[in-house]
Design a binder for this molecule. Sequence first.
Ligand code: GDP
Ligand code: MG
Length: 440
Amino acid sequence: GLSDRLQATMQKIRGKGKVTEADIKTMMREVRLALLEADVNFKVVKEFVKTVSDRAIGSDVMQSLTPGQQIIKIVQEELTTLMGSENTQINMSKKPPTVVMMVGLQGAGKTTTAGKLALLMRKKYNKKPLLVACDIYRPAAIQQLQTVGKQIDIPVFTLGDQVSPKEITERALQYAKEEHLDFVIIDTAGRLHIDEALMNELVEVKEVSKPDEIMLVVDSMTGQDAVNVAESFDNQLNITGVTLTKLDGDTRGGAALSIRSVTQKPIKFVGMSEKMDGLEPFHPERMASRILGMGDVLSLIEKAQSQVDESKAKELEQKMKTSSFTFDDFLEQLEQVKALGPLDELLKMIPGANKMKGLNNVNMNAKQIDHVQAIIRSMTKEERNNPAIINVSRKKRIAKGSGRSLSEVNKLIKQFEEMKKMMKQFTGMKKGKKGRNPFQ
Ligand code: GDP
Ligand code: MG
């Protein structure tokens, strides 16, 4: 995924110290490749990468301690923005019935989605839907819709396959009025490719039904082709929304981004299974993560924002409060700091530590951290959990075992106890009213 790639690129760049504009370009190449791999249209990718580059170069990413993560965050944000708003609703008619026309290529999932939508509308909005069988070409298409209708107990209007879709639609709308059905879903025919005769037929159905919603159904597996499909349908019919089906497969969903940026029409639903309950509202943020191929992107972003893992920090705070912060915890912190990169970030990792006077000038370099780790590792489990028991003879043993001087061992233990004390004070203060803030 993208995050792995950016991390790898960052590893290389970090060795050089400062992040330059050229480094950002290198990272952008990874972003570009990731998007192309996710089947996002190349024109869309080009434009997108430019937007992100401008933001990255113009912002404080380059000064950041974690430029890779900052860039992922920008990419995620821009992707989410590009894919539009959350939870876009079906356009409802003020005067019933609301009419939704399903359009799209053959096999995209129109019939299935028609059933899913009917069920959803009845469940969520108490609507009384009617399914209309306008695919008079595909063998057994009408039967398929009837099967769907039976499954979810929703009426299906059909006049067989010898009547034109235009006439079927007119009669269906009449029927809906008579039966007080307030949500009409027209299931139309599709072709394997865009075709003039089909488009003309769809335009006719549109004219007689004046739909509140023209829902383009697109198979998310179609990849690059999705853009052309969406463009043609939109040009001819002026679609009002998109449903992206088969996202339960292993597609990365790049089509979503392409369709949205080419048509500017909202993606309203995603199909997550073949079953009738498998229709979900579209979540741009989730889709952005999926396109970038990183399940852990959100946690990465959180890390970039706070530099500390939230749950770890909570756990740590709890430990500090109860004075159970041990040398083992300290060791773990040091490992995290090393993994994060710049070592003088140590104190920032520890909640509140940066606010403590006296610790501000603790200035550790990589070697010193290694020394500290060596000393801690030479302690027994008991000693790590309870430094109070470390007497002189134990100190001597630890010094010998770690290859450090006795005074270094002394200093570390003293600093550690000092740190614990201050942490305890800080966490006490932070709790507010019941804390020990002497100024309250
Ligand atoms: P239509 O030709 O556009 O009407 O497409 P259909 O509704 O007949 O669907 C074509 C195939 O895709 C069927 O086998 C459906 O079960 C399947 N399908 C539709 N939507 C989804 C989905 O969201 N997930 C999965 N896994 N299959 C789907
Ligand atoms: Mg169909």
